[in-house]
Design a protein around this ligand. Structure first.
Ligand code: ANZ
Length: 847
């Protein structure tokens, strides 16, 4: 009955936008400052859901905001369209992955149009288009030339029953998730990108992002790279020519090493066992087989009993010549540090548990009861606020051999020769000097980060552009032969089986050695789809260019991305890979920046019944159907109003009905305005004008802090105030009412663009409100109302002050005490009593 018809309004404006295409980014002649706003591009796996509705609502708020602020905004959209979902759909339903993917993309495009998202539609890209993935192949070649793409053998999880490679998540307690068979490790030769070469830069450059990326994401990136600082120490091995190097973060404890442990699944362990007795070899072999069924997580868990095998071999401690028995145990991992550790049971809990389990010696070399000069002890307080004094400790009472607790804390070195008496820090520096002088060790760093395994034995991805020649060389497909297109899926067996389906495309596999012209074979693997998404933000700058991946000139103009918006599920891998590839492109001289995303916004999740929406749980609310009833604008407003961006939203608590009512009220205000567009603005109901101008003044800061919900609340306040002014006061003809309605339309455009355009047109303007510059607030209307306060001294008025009406007692008293006239009439008499009644009276007495 309000007359507001969201569907009619939506359809009308979507048609106008489609026709005029008003949100294209300005070209080179455009002199406005630029903003690159980007939402993480979607996978076309089935329909969009409410998580997308949320994320892309925020993207659109930010893009529209910067347009109003006078920026030339680039806000493109594309699809991350290679990957497993398409392949699985193909396997399950016999659909062609290509057809399935592009049908989904069409559905997505339709939904985004219906949502009123203000994209530059001229730059659409799909990573599964040969026009896109040829540049993945180009990138691969450049990395290969720089020694950053290489092949190596590495173990994968293999189900012998299903004859398939399993992802880590598909291995449950060492068994295949599907058939329950015991999973084994199988070695495959695979392609890697050498991201570890960039570990230090990836870590150090995070400092640039402090304050611009969520703290949590920066922390996750740091942990993932996991840099540890310490020393590499070389141990002589009896009966072996080469020394064994171990990495330790505590080289200061070297005198406390009482045994050595090697990873059972390392080459070193196999070699050491091979040089031992038949009995040891057998026990080692049994142990190794058991260990190979364990996951890394199980192996590192601290609360399972320690297991291991003595290899009957000995290492020699370089500082004191002691013989250290060598064990193989699963708590040491083959691919961290050097796959071997010096065990210091007194000061490392894992080593202590092991030593106690196998009755190995324990020697304390750090006296943790000794005070460290300069260290400020933290004194804890009890419930009465009294200090809890440390109990008298003696080294005896904390003996790790008895207590089972390793002494990991600070202290002074003992039993350590020339290190005795030093603090940990000094002892580390000293021992490293000594080791370096003796040539038996050196300062070293170790990283948790591993090289990026990019080979996939899958069909729906970018073919790896390499050729295997008959004489065993591996050579790149020449650039001018790119793109190397995927063959037709028809007739190929796509089911996972540990070898790539492309291997079955007999004709496709045949090629020639570009150097000799002899018959050769293609590489059947495809690339991890994270390669596709590691540089797509640059491709948007020239999505149609078939001569280069992106023009450097455009990258200089637009990139890095100013505002990147998406889910926290990408906090590690996608962002890390994009950061890595950006640095490689920087080193190639193709971009002039080293970080791809200057600022990052992570939205919370949309939940239903308090749990994450997902297809498998059957609680997915689909994006397209969510808009049917309330309309797109109401969905967008309800999302923006639901709470802070980073918080999770429970979809049941979100009121699209409330949002729809609010939109109808806003629309009705514009309908009721009767004054003409050229009316004098600086007139009319002043209290309404104050609400309008306060919103214009505050909204930009609130949007920049992503407090979208507060902006919506303020819009609601303004619409209510306007309605009140129309119904009472000066009525609909008041210029202040028109002013309020116009401001409402402009700010509402961020959240409900269809309704905002309709209001704008109703108010007598040409479209599009989406392109209207922000109205600057009138500063005189922002000043708070003021009142006159009197200051009395001993009952006589001595001064009057002009103060804000909402001043509090403390501020008012401070102002009065500081006033010149008050000070003069006080002379050197002290104030003995003050009575303060804000905002109007301050009364001092001096007697
Ligand atoms: C002796 C020592 C004494 C250690 C001590 C610690 C405490 P982060 O901080 O995680 O880098 N280590 C080295 N390589 C290992 C591997 N492949 N698998 C399991 N553990 C390994 O840990 C570094 C420490 O973890 C190293 O310092 C080493 O033990 C162990 F009181 O050396 B430490």
């Amino acid at each position: 009955d309000s007359g507001y018809d969201p569907y009619a309004v939506q359809q009308k404006w979507q048609a106008r936008w489609a026709e005029a295409d008003p949100f294209r980014a300005g070209g080179e002649a455009d002199t406005r400052p630029r903003k690159y706003v980007l939402g993480m591009f979607p996978y076309p796996s089935g329909d969009l859901h409410m998580g997308h509705a949320e994320s892309y609502a925020y993207v659109d708020i930010v893009a529209r905001f910067w347009r109003h602020r006078g920026y030339n905004v680039l806000n493109p959209i594309g699809w991350d369209s290679f990957g497993l979902p398409a392949e699985n759909a193909a396997i399950q339903r016999g659909a062609d992955p290509r057809e399935w993917t592009y049908a989904n993309i069409e559905q997505h495009k339709k939904s985004f149009r219906e949502y009123g998202s203000s994209y530059d539609w001229s730059r659409i890209l799909h990573t599964s288009d040969p026009e896109y993935y040829r540049w993945n192949q180009w990138l691969f070649q450049r990395l290969y030339e720089r020694g950053l793409a290489y092949r190596k053998e590495s173990p994968v999880n293999w189900c012998p029953n299903d004859q398939t490679v399993l992802a880590n998540e598909q291995v449950v307690d060492g068994h295949c998730e599907r058939c329950g068979a015991e999973v084994v490790k199988k070695k495959l030769t695979q392609w890697y990108f050498k991201i570890t070469e960039y570990a230090d830069r990836l870590l150090d450059d995070l400092n640039q992002l402090e304050g611009f990326w969520p703290q949590k994401v920066i922390r996750m990136q740091r942990n993932w790279i996991g840099r540890s600082v310490g020393a590499d120490i070389d141990f002589e091995i009896e009966g072996r020519d080469e020394k064994v190097t171990v990495f330790s973060t505590r080289p200061d404890t070297l005198h406390g090493a009482t045994f050595m442990v090697v990873a059972p699944d390392s080459d070193l362990a196999a070699e050491l066992a091979a040089g031992s007795s038949a009995e040891v070899r057998m026990r080692f072999q049994d142990y190794l087989e058991a260990v190979q069924r364990e996951s890394d997580i199980e192996r590192q868990s601290t609360d399972r009993p320690k297991t291991g095998v003595f290899l009957d071999r000995y290492a020699v401690n370089p500082v004191n010549g002691e013989r250290l028995p060598i064990w193989a145990a699963d708590y040491v991992l083959a691919d961290y540090g050097h796959g071997a550790v010096m065990a210091v049971p007194a000061h490392d809990q894992r080593d202590l548990d092991f030593a106690r389990a196998f009755d190995l010696p324990i020697r304390v070399v750090v006296d943790t009861t000794a005070p460290i000069t300069g260290a400020i002890p933290v004194i804890e307080l009890d419930e009465h606020g009294d200090p809890i004094l440390p109990e008298d400790e003696s080294l005896d009472s904390i003996d790790p051999a008895k207590t089972g607790t390793a002494l990991a804390g600070e202290g002074r070195m003992i039993n350590s020769g020339s290190l005795d008496g030093l603090s940990k820090r000094n002892a580390i520096a000293r021992i490293i000097e000594q080791l370096e002088a003796a040539g038996t060790g050196r300062a070293a760093k170790s990283y948790r980060l591993r090289d990026w395994l990019i080979s996939r034995q899958r069909f729906w991805g970018t073919p790896i552009p390499m050729i295997h020649t008959q004489d065993g060389r591996i050579v790149p497909v020449p650039d001018e032969q790119l793109p190397l297109r995927l063959p037709d899926a028809a007739g190929l067996d796509l089911a996972p089986k540990g070898t790539s389906p492309l291997g079955g495309a007999a004709e496709w596999m045949q090629t020639v050695d570009p150097e000799t012209g002899e018959a050769a074979l293609r590489d059947p693997d495809t690339m991890d789809t994270f390669v596709d998404s590691s540089w797509y933000f640059l491709r948007f700058l020239s999505a149609q260019d078939d001569t280069q991946p992106f023009p450097t000139r455009e990258a200089d103009r637009w990139a890095p991305v100013d505002e990147y918006i998406g889910g926290v599920e990408h906090a590690i891998l996608h962002l890390l890979y994009a950061r890595f590839i950006t640095k490689v492109l920087y080193d190639m001289g193709l971009v002039d920046f080293t970080e791809p995303f200057s600022s990052l916004i992570n939205q919370g999740m949309v939940l239903l019944d308090g749990s994450k929406m997902s297809k498998s749980k059957g609680n997915l609310v689909e994006f397209a159907s969510s808009m049917i009833d309330p309309g797109a604008d109401a969905v967008r407003v309800a999302i923006a109003f639901a709470g802070p961006v980073e918080d999770d939203i429970n979809w049941e608590d979100v009121s699209t009905t409330g949002a729809q009512k609010f939109l109808a009220r806003a629309w009705r205000v514009a309908k009721d305005v009767t004054s003409a567009p050229d009316v004098v603005w600086a007139e009319g109901d002043e209290s309404l004008r104050r609400v309008t101008h306060r919103l214009l003044a505050d909204a930009p800061g609130l949007v920049e802090q992503t407090k979208f919900n507060v902006v919506v609340a303020r819009l609601m306040e303004l619409v209510n105030a306007t309605r009140k002014a129309i119904d009472s006061g000066a009525g609909a003809a008041d210029p202040a009412v028109r002013e309020a309605a116009e401001a409402t339309a402009m700010v509402l455009d961020l959240f409900a663009p269809h309704t905002a355009e309709e209001m704008w047109e109703t108010l007598g303007y040409e479209p599009f409100v989406g392109l209207v510059p922000w109205r600057n607030p009138d500063p005189t209307l922002l000043v708070e109302e003021s009142v006159t306060a009197v200051v009395q001294i001993d009952g006589k008025v001595r001064a009057t002050l002009n103060v804000p009406a909402r001043i509090d007692a403390a501020d008012l008293e401070a102002l009065a005490r500081a006033d010149e006239r008050v000070l003069r009439s006080l002379g050197d008499r002290p104030i003995v009593r003050a009575i303060v009644r804000p905002p109007k009276v301050v009364s001092f007495s001096t007697r």
